[in-house]
Design a protein around this ligand. Structure first.
Ligand SMILES: NC(=O)c1ccc[n+]([C@@H]2O[C@H](COP(=O)([O-])OP(=O)(O)OC[C@H]3O[C@@H](n4cnc5c(N)ncnc54)[C@H](O)[C@@H]3O)[C@@H](O)[C@H]2O)c1
Length: 253
């Protein structure tokens, strides 16, 4: 018996990086996986990877900025597999890197806050009622170490991830008594395309980021996926409103 046998898992931003790794891990552990992603080709690639490994998955194009598309994604999960047990609200963007927040633009503010904050709120808005109908569920929102400390150059991203933690705590207070546990995961630097873009934008090499992590390296997507699966599993049955650091000691200083 696998941990997520008979369960349906939804992953936003499942077309690459942490979202893809988590979708693959859910499927490996028996879940039927629904992937929402803005980029169709990448989302469908993840579905193929899951099916090639013997798992079950389905894709629905979803821009998390669009309420109707998120509602349709949740409805797609119900239509395909009959229920929704767990959700990883992972879609996110780093936005523009600028020397300081004085240099940031309104357009970047709206884009980053829209995808990272409104996207997480809308995802929960449509996931929670479905979970309530079936008596419970578990949600993990993707925050970041940038949700608890500041980072020069990406102030809007930092604000957005602080907001994700605020939404997570509030949702946990509102719905834990009704059987839905809601937590966040806070990765430090994880080897993904997002970090490639960030380091390019800052004229840095990925290796320059190793020193921030007392563990001596940056993280792997699978290491975040395992934390998300634990938070979504019955093994974390008394954990809610929590933000779990997956940061190699980054914030322990
Ligand atoms: N990589 C890191 O170091 C790191 C650290 C902390 C937190 N995070 C967070 O992890 C999450 C995943 O990032 P990643 O590192 O895997 O990067 P990534 O760029 O590989 O993945 C982001 C995914 O989100 C999707 N996406 C972006 N905007 C979208 C939208 N409007 N609607 C639907 N999908 C959209 C992209 O298509 C992509 O598949 C993000 O929320 C990010 O902020 C990443």
């Amino acid at each position: 018996m696998k941990e997520f046998d008979g369960k349906v898992a939804l992953v936003t931003g499942g077309g690459s990086g942490i979202g893809r790794a988590t979708a693959l891990a859910f499927a490996r552990e028996g879940a039927q996986v629904v992937i929402g992603n803005r980029n169709v080709q990448r989302g469908e690639e993840t579905v193929s990877m899951i099916r090639d490994a013997g798992g079950t998955a389905s894709f629905q194009r979803t821009d998390v900025l669009n309420a109707a598309e998120i509602e349709a994604l949740v409805n797609h999960a119900i239509a395909e597999y009959g229920r929704l047990d767990v959700a990883f609200n992972n879609a996110g963007t780093e936005g523009d890197t600028k020397p300081t927040l004085v240099d940031q633009t309104e357009a970047n503010f709206d884009a980053v806050m829209g995808i990272n904050v409104k996207g997480v709120w809308l995802s929960m808005k449509y996931e929670i009622p479905r979970m309530l109908e079936q008596g419970g569920g578990a949600i993990v929102n993707c925050a970041s170490v940038a949700g608890i400390i500041g980072f020069p150059g990406i102030g809007i991203y930092v604000a957005s991830k602080h907001a994700v933690i605020g939404l997570t705590k509030t949702a946990a207070l509102e719905y834990s008594a009704q059987g839905i546990r809601i937590n966040a995961v806070n990765p430090a630097v994880i080897d993904t395309e997002m970090v490639d873009r960030l380091t390019d934008g800052m004229n840095m090499k990925k290796d320059d980021l190793t020193a921030f992590h007392p563990i001596g390296r940056i993280g792997r997507v699978e290491e975040v996926a395992e934390a998300v699966l634990w938070l979504c599993s019955d093994k974390s049955s008394f954990v809610t409103g929590h933000s779990l650091l997956v940061d190699g000691g980054f914030t322990a200083r």
